[in-house]
Design a protein around this ligand. Sequence first.
Ligand code: TYD
Length: 206
Amino acid sequence: MLITFEGIDGCGKSTQIELLKNYLDTLKVVYVVFREPGGTEISEKIRSLLLHDTGEMDPVTELLLFSAARSQLIREKVIPLLNEKKIVILDRFYDSTTAYQGYGRESADLDSIFSLNRLASHQLTPNITFYLRIKPELAALRTQNTLKDRMERSGTDFFNKVSEGYDELATKEERIFTIDATNSANKIHRQIIELIGDLQQYQAEA
Ligand code: TYD
């Protein structure tokens, strides 16, 4: 089962992933979490180019690097785990590329982005996606005192477009559940575990 988390920076994804991990631990369910970009040696190297390089990066280069990092992670780690019937949780997946590079950066037209997403994910589709929705101004307040990476320094206009992109995607894709990220962490967590439903088949034998 593939579960993905999406939303703009500051939406509270990390908190929810931590809460979900604790919940899965109590159920004795076997799961693995990866963050994108990252999760393999090659993908972590690409991550550091994408987030910590200070030079000007061409938008198409950026799009291809996020996709390259993804391809490696999916092929090397995610597909084998799913074949073993494990739960895989991804902190971001190709909806981030659609929202950030497609809508935000306008690196390429959306059809090209969708084709690239299919290629880089080796045709994998999440079973369920949680989109933690928050207004960009509010998210910016939440992250104002944190150190910003290259993507996070992209400015208000950029994040407004990314946010509109997520909203549009969420109306088109049935697998995407929009969660109000301004609610309390516990309330959001309860919503998420309810939507995931029964996990008995993933529980380790006692
Ligand atoms: P990260 O530190 O993991 O941010 P967060 O904790 O918010 O997930 O950095 C990932 C950054 O890269 C984040 O700003 C979103 C961006 N990103 C893209 O622009 N495109 C993508 O395809 C992915 C996976 C991430």
